[in-house]
Design a protein around this ligand. Structure first.
Ligand code: GRF
Length: 187
């Protein structure tokens, strides 16, 4: 199988990055992780790039033209898929336009419910009966692109923000790879 070159964008822990690196070692998994990009020089997730000898780049988003630099690097590495895995920076419309249908994001709720930040807090406050996670295409509106894959679980009365996050993330490790496989299934 000819694998597609992917770049993973992170800002924090990078547990989804770690999982995608692990999955991408499989001969049949459709992507090869060529590059990791972060806007946070202290992101713990960088360690997973280092440990696996994957080149990583820390970008300075205060620099006005940083997205042009990123586009050049993506082009140089022939990247055809960008996975946002806990990347906490808004991507510009022009960037999204250039990578249309090639940027996907993982969000810790059953979109279209609970877009944006503080997801678990709002889910508990709203006394939701079920929740989950969603992988979707990135478009110009935050957390609004078409869904590629979603996983659901039922919330117990004892659940709090902390264990909701743990339960959601354990499903993320299944749904992100599944969504990537789905993207290339018919190619
Ligand atoms: C995940 O829960 C994802 O849904 C959200 O950010 C979190 C990133 O976690 N967008 P990690 O950095 O992959 O551990």
């Amino acid at each position: 199988m000819v694998k597609k070159n992917a770049c993973i964008f992170i800002s924090g822990e990078g547990s989804n990055l770690k999982n995608l690196i692990y999955r991408s070692r499989d001969y049949n998994f459709p992507i090869n992780i060529k590059l990791v990009i972060t806007n946070n020089k202290d992101a713990n997730g960088i360690i997973h790039a280092k440990k696996n000898s994957i080149p990583y780049l820390v970008i300075n988003t205060k620099f006005k033209y940083y997205e042009n630099q990123v586009l050049k690097i993506l082009d140089k590495n022939k990247i055809s898929l960008i996975c946002l895995a806990g990347y906490m920076k808004i991507i510009s419309k022009s960037f999204i336009y250039k990578f249309r249908k090639k940027i996907i994001n993982i969000h810790p709720s059953l979109l279209p419910k609970f877009k944006g930040l503080d997801t678990f807090k709002r889910i508990i406050a709203n006394k939701e009966k079920k929740t989950g996670c969603t992988v979707h295409y990135v478009n110009e509106k935050l957390d609004c692109g078409n869904t590629i894959a979603q996983k659901i679980f039922y919330i117990n009365q004892e659940d709090n923000e902390k264990n909701l996050k743990l339960k959601t993330q354990s499903l993320e490790y299944q749904v992100f790879p599944e969504a990537i496989i789905r993207l290339y299934r018919n190619n």
